[in-house]
Design a protein. Structure first.
Length: 533
């Protein structure tokens, strides 16, 4: 059923210079910073369901808007069918009347599609030339991990953006910066591949004028990129929509992306910037970060059409945040393809010393032979394919591949002795680093090896910046005991800072400014340097 809950003022206010609909200020108590710079824009919601006529656009003057809107919830609809749901009429969304949907014909699924659309037309020439587009996530009735927004009127090669909605707070989320060549329009579909009954919330949209030369950054990759382990208090430093479990009756949905507020992509400063990427993006400055890394990702969880993660998480490229206007893409990928988790788990077994012990096998084969084969025949080609697809989707971006640090600087981990640590650090890690460097070079990407920053500071180091075996302080969606926490063998907050230092070192030779449409910092076809050899 479509409901219209009333929600309190947003937890994070919309940015100054943003135009938002359908806000209405009732008194000065709810004034928003955006008021001072509000542009006059005519906007409205319209809906184009597949079996109903669309209506005219309802307009409102945004120069006086600054209060939280109503939000609208409707059920996701699985294209393969499922239980029919009844929609009731919403005065803001021109959805079909209930009677129009109570059709028991086999094609009922088509009649349940809803595509609310938000349209804006600027009254001031050029106001919406290149804005940041934000969508509001209400604290109720927003549960989908596959909310697919379509931004029309733009030249983007990727107008579809997918965002998880289970934030459980009134907050804005950016869909990115767009170069509009026509009338700006944002629509949200309820068609997903999720279980029937997972709600999508249709709420306010904001267009923020970015000024000249904004920088678009996309952070991709696995747990070392998402910030797994960069948490001080039981998962509270993870974005909430990336760490939860939810019971759906006969099924459980979990989200274990574990994107940390302290992840290195958020902590690093771009050349010439006094604030970090995360700080500028969070404050609606001229850097926009699309942070889509996911804990546990392998290369096949990144490439388009690849495998889903954690039940409902689409491959990272299919989330849609790469296009011809993307400036910088960072990624750490390949560690899970190299089976690091399996290697560590096997080597932690008492009485087995890796790799020479007869019991030190991986997939039934001697580990000292199988691991190098996996790196050469699976990891390297997988990373090359991933980087090549990113390069195709974001042809003007500077692409940065981050390597992995040595994990252990001593023998303080039970059942993992110095011989095993030396094999991991001195044999496996350099082999993987060499393979990743070659994959980066083949795709005109920058490769950054963080070993320099982590020297003497890994597990057992001083200071120790990487977790050993963690059995407490678990996040909401974590491994259950007796298994160790997912934080185990991942950088702490201090380790994420070292990673950020490594990225800044790699970015240091970039030019101090750039022009949209010209190769960035100094461009994807500059020599593919390697840092931290």
């Amino acid at each position: 059923m479509l409901i219209i809950p009333r929600t309190p003022p947003a937890a994070n206010a919309a940015p100054a210079t943003a135009s938002v609909w359908p806000f209405r200020r009732s008194d000065d108590q709810h004034r928003d910073p955006l008021d001072e710079f509000m542009r006059k824009v005519e906007c409205g919601w319209t809906d184009r369901p597949t079996t109903a006529r669309s209506s005219g656009i309802e307009t409102t003057d945004l120069s006086i808007n600054s209060q939280r809107p109503r939000s609208s919830r409707f059920k996701t609809h699985h294209p393969a069918g499922g239980q029919s749901k009844t929609l009731t009429r919403n005065p803001k969304l021109d959805l079909p009347q209930p009677g129009q949907l109570r059709n028991r014909a086999p094609h009922i699924k088509k009649r349940l599609q809803a595509h609310p659309r938000f349209t804006c037309a600027s009254r001031e020439q050029g106001v919406l030339a290149e804005p940041r587009v934000l969508v509001h996530m209400p604290n109720v009735a927003a549960r989908s991990q596959q909310a697919k927004y379509t931004v029309a009127g733009t030249d983007s090669t990727s107008p579809h953006r997918v965002s998880p909605q289970r934030i459980r707070s009134n907050e804005w989320r950016s869909l990115g910066i767009f170069n509009f060549t026509g009338t700006p329009s944002v629509s949200l579909s309820n068609i997903t591949e999720e279980q029937v009954g997972v709600d999508i919330a249709c709420d306010a949209v904001a267009f923020q004028n970015m000024g000249s030369n904004p920088t678009q950054v996309v952070g991709m990759g696995d747990s070392f990129a998402s910030g797994e382990g960069a948490d001080n208090d039981g998962g509270k430093d993870y974005f909430r929509e990336t760490d939860y479990k939810e019971n759906l009756g006969n099924d459980e949905v979990s989200n274990k992306y574990h994107r940390s507020k302290y992840a290195w992509i958020r902590e690093a400063n771009l050349p010439g910037k006094s604030q970090s990427i995360g700080e500028i993006s969070d404050s609606y400055g001229n850097v926009d970060l699309s942070f889509i890394a996911c804990s546990g990702a392998r290369t096949y969880n990144v490439i388009s059409g690849g495998a889903w993660q954690w039940g409902n998480s689409l491959p990272q490229i299919d989330l849609g945040y790469l296009d011809q206007n993307t400036d910088i893409v960072t990624i750490a990928i390949g560690g899970n393809d190299a089976r690091f988790s399996d290697i560590i788990t096997r080597c932690l077994i008492p009485a087995i010393t890796c790799p020479g012990h007869p019991g030190a096998h991986l997939d039934g084969k001697p580990m000292d032979l199988e691991v190098p084969r996996i790196i050469d025949e699976e990891v390297k080609p997988g990373v090359q394919e991933t980087l090549a697809e990113i390069r195709t989707r974001a042809p003007k971006a500077q692409l940065v591949l981050m390597g992995y640090p040595p994990l252990i600087d001593g023998d303080c981990v039970p059942y993992l002795n110095q011989e095993e640590a030396a094999w991991r650090n001195d044999t496996v890690a350099p082999h993987l680093t060499a393979a990743m460097r070659e994959a980066a070079k083949a795709n005109d990407a920058i490769f950054v090896d963080p070993a320099k920053e982590f020297q003497g500071k890994a597990i057992c180091g001083d200071p120790e910046t990487i977790h050993g075996v963690v059995t407490s302080g678990r996040s909401e969606a974590d491994n259950s005991a007796p298994l160790p926490s997912m934080k185990s063998f991942h950088p702490k907050v201090s380790g994420a800072r070292l990673y950020a230092d490594a990225l800044e070192r790699g970015l240091g030779w970039f030019a101090k400014s750039h022009v949209r449409g010209v190769s960035v910092f100094p461009g994807p076809h500059a020599s593919a340097e390697s840092y931290g050899k």
